[in-house]
Design a protein around this ligand. Sequence first.
Ligand SMILES: *Cc1c(COP(=O)(O)O)cnc(C)c1O
Length: 222
Amino acid sequence: MSISENLIRIKNQLPVDVKLVAVSKTKSQEQIMEAYDAGQRIFGENKVQELIQKHGSLPQDIEWHFIGHLQSNKVRQLIPYVSLIHGVDSFKLLEVLNKEAARVARTVDVLLEFHIAREESKFGLTMETAREWFDSPEFQSMSHVNVCGVMGMATFTEDQQIIKSEFERLHAIFLFLKSHYFANTPSFKEISMGMSDDFLLAIQAGSTLVRIGSSIFGTRQI
Ligand SMILES: *Cc1c(COP(=O)(O)O)cnc(C)c1O
């Protein structure tokens, strides 16, 4: 199957209000252009240099999402080119994002990454930490970061029940935060969850943004 056929097959499975992030990390400009020509406009990258380079050489109406682990010292470079940063899980990073966005008179849209998987190794916040952040005066005075929702990754397992319950948990976290801290913030509305192997379960659990790479572009070498 070609990239455009894969894309159409996946889009046909998404409700109209669920957005697709085509994860194009390691993929060439030609491959991205094939998806672009089939109508795809949101692409996800996990390396700052690669995102900037692709931004510069591909159509300007592409929305680039950063989905990797972001280092504070790369924030300044990234900000002009990124429209949403999916995985913020450190307060220091949030502070750097706020400071660097302020410096160029912008606001930067971010999602907070929550730890929902059983594996120890996955990144992400706990609910307790998130509540400490939102209750802190430091957070409340951050006027250049716009927290648009949450993001998470399920355990790498075949067990559909485990994956389903982890996605449901992220949905519950979202609803709690929405009602306690963001009730008057219409832009707090995104739940980024679901990848090639589990996006249908994620949608059933309330995902608004799915991040799909290999089912569109084929499996990655690295
Ligand atoms: C690579 C990646 C994806 C896409 O994974 P596939 O299994 O190829 O669909 C989604 N989210 C994140 C954070 C990733 O790093």
